[in-house]
Design a protein around this ligand. Structure first.
Ligand SMILES: Cc1ncc(COP(=O)(O)O)c(C=O)c1O
Length: 477
């Protein structure tokens, strides 16, 4: 819109001045007292707001992205910046160093004699990294994975999910999503103009000792969601936020439905190295007839405790991977070279000690187990009922026994878990995440009684969280 003014030639300096706002003109007249009056202002503003509306309509967020709500991560990172909680058990990342060989590799690469390690690399994955991914996963899936066309390196597991969903889902296609779910699945499906169909894991019991194995799918309900429009099911095992590791039987049930209805499986396995013995992580791609229809996703951030490196990958049959490549090459095209090289070298290091208990793929879960047990005990002592996770580094805990100790009326959020986690953070200094963020609108009530705690944190911070909760409990007897 242009705003222009001129004085008509036959008026004096004090005479009317015409002003154009948008499509219309109006007149400014200086009164005797020297005050400038604006005539036709209503018309001008009406036209102006009309023009502004036209602009907002034209430049609004495309409908496929919904209303553009903030994700729980954006909101809670902001909350952490505002309230500066003493302990942040919210977002899932370690607050301590990654293995030394991993960070050392990156340092060496940045200053290496080879200038090309700081330049663009192969778009679908840096050569040394795809080679090593093939070495890591081929024995695990029981087939030789072709590094050239069966692996794609992505900007975090996030982009692997994005490329898999955008590369396969067409307008009107249905995608089955198991709740609670990593929140971006829903958004990515909708941005591909697909339709998410949700099914919740429900706990078989809610009191006494509850483990993530107690959270199960109803087979009949799952079966009823499969229909000719179903393109894909997303399975997240080990699961965020519950820590559930799907059993062979559960995966077989899903696999049989995929085969019966000719459906793809997108298997998000970013917590693959964090299953607590004796529980074993099973890759659904290894079940009979599933390699052909499965895209498996992994993350260097989770594998080597470097979430800020935001590098991930997908692997699967070449015909499916081609579709991911198209999305990837037109979105990010290629990922950061020095980081890919550092991950490749980190894999070299771990592959050399693969059979040793020191291998990080084994030691990580051992390192996390006492942290899990400590937090489970602490939560129980402080009135929560935690679901004991079989894998990963999150605990979902029922807080409803604390309801009479905390006044949530000051919090204006729609869902009780948002109110609870915000008030709890303000009163105790311990920040957690509201799990309704991992449910569809119609099923949010299923997550309202819980809060998600992350335990890949320094022991001193877990101890501090325990102390703060204990003090809060004592004050609110
Ligand atoms: C289940 C799940 N999938 C994918 C991701 C994304 O991983 P990345 O950080 O590698 O993008 C996360 C991160 O928290 C996750 O929990």
């Amino acid at each position: 819109m242009s705003l222009s003014t001129y004085s008509s030639s036959n008026v004096s300096y004090d005479g009317p001045i015409k002003i154009q706002l948008g499509q219309s003109w109006f007149t400014a007249v200086r009164s005797q007292s020297g005050v400038v009056e604006l005539k036709n202002l209503n018309i001008a503003f009406r036209n102006l707001s009309c023009a502004a509306n036209q602009m907002t309509d034209k430049f609004k967020l495309p409908a496929r992205y919904g209303a553009g709500e903030k994700s729980v991560w954006v909101e809670y990172i902001q909350l952490a910046a505002e309230y500066k909680p003493a302990v942040n058990l919210g977002q899932g990342f370690p607050d301590y160093h990654a293995p030394q060989h991993v960070t050392k590799a990156l340092g060496e690469i940045a200053t290496s004699e080879n200038p090309l390690l700081n330049q663009y690399t192969r778009g679908f994955g840096h050569p040394s990294l795809i080679q090593n991914l093939s070495k890591v996963y081929s024995p695990l899936v029981g087939r030789e994975i072709n590094p050239q066309n069966e692996i794609l390196v992505t900007y975090g597991a996030y982009e692997a999910l994005y490329s898999a969903i955008l590369g396969h889902v067409e307008q009107g296609d249905e995608v089955i999503v198991i709740e609670p779910f990593f929140d971006c699945y829903d958004f990515m499906i909708k941005s591909a103009c697909g339709i998410p169909r949700f099914i919740a894991l429900n706990p078989k019991k809610t009191s006494g000792t509850v483990t993530s194995a107690d959270w199960v799918l109803d087979e009949k309900e799952l079966e009823s969601l499969f229909n000719p429009k179903t393109k894909m099911i997303i399975v997240n095992t080990p699961h965020n936020p519950l820590g559930k590791v799907f059993t062979r039987q559960e995966l077989e049930m899903i696999a049989n439905l995929c085969k019966k209805h000719n459906v793809l499986c997108l298997s998000d396995e970013v917590y693959e190295w964090m299953a607590y013995e004796p529980v074993e992580h099973i890759r659904i791609a290894t079940l009979p007839g599933m390699w052909e229809r499965t895209i498996t996703v992994g993350s260097a951030g989770k594998t080597f405790s470097v979430t800020g490196w935001k590098t991930g990958w997908a692997y699967g049959p070449a015909a499916l991977m081609l579709n991911l490549q198209v999305v990837h090459q037109n979105c990010v095209y290629t990922c950061c070279t020095p980081i890919q090289e550092a991950i490749a070298r980190s894999f070299d290091y771990e592959l050399a000690r693969r059979d040793s208990p020191d291998c990080y793929f084994k030691s990580l879960a051992r390192e996390l187990l006492p942290k899990r047990d400590f937090l489970v005990k602490t939560l129980r002592e402080n009135g929560f009922n935690p679901t004991i996770p079989e894998a990963g580094y999150f605990i979902v805990a029922d807080w409803t026994k604390l309801e009479n100790k905390i006044d949530l009326s000051s919090e204006s959020d729609k869902y009780k878990d948002y109110k609870f986690t915000k008030k709890f953070a303000k009163e105790t200094g311990v920040l957690t995440i509201p799990p309704t963020a991992f449910y569809s609108e119609g099923h949010k009530h299923l997550g309202e009684n819980f809060a998600r705690f992350c335990f890949i944190k320094k022991d001193e911070n877990l101890n501090l969280a325990g102390k703060l909760m204990k003090e809060w409990n004592a004050k609110n007897q």
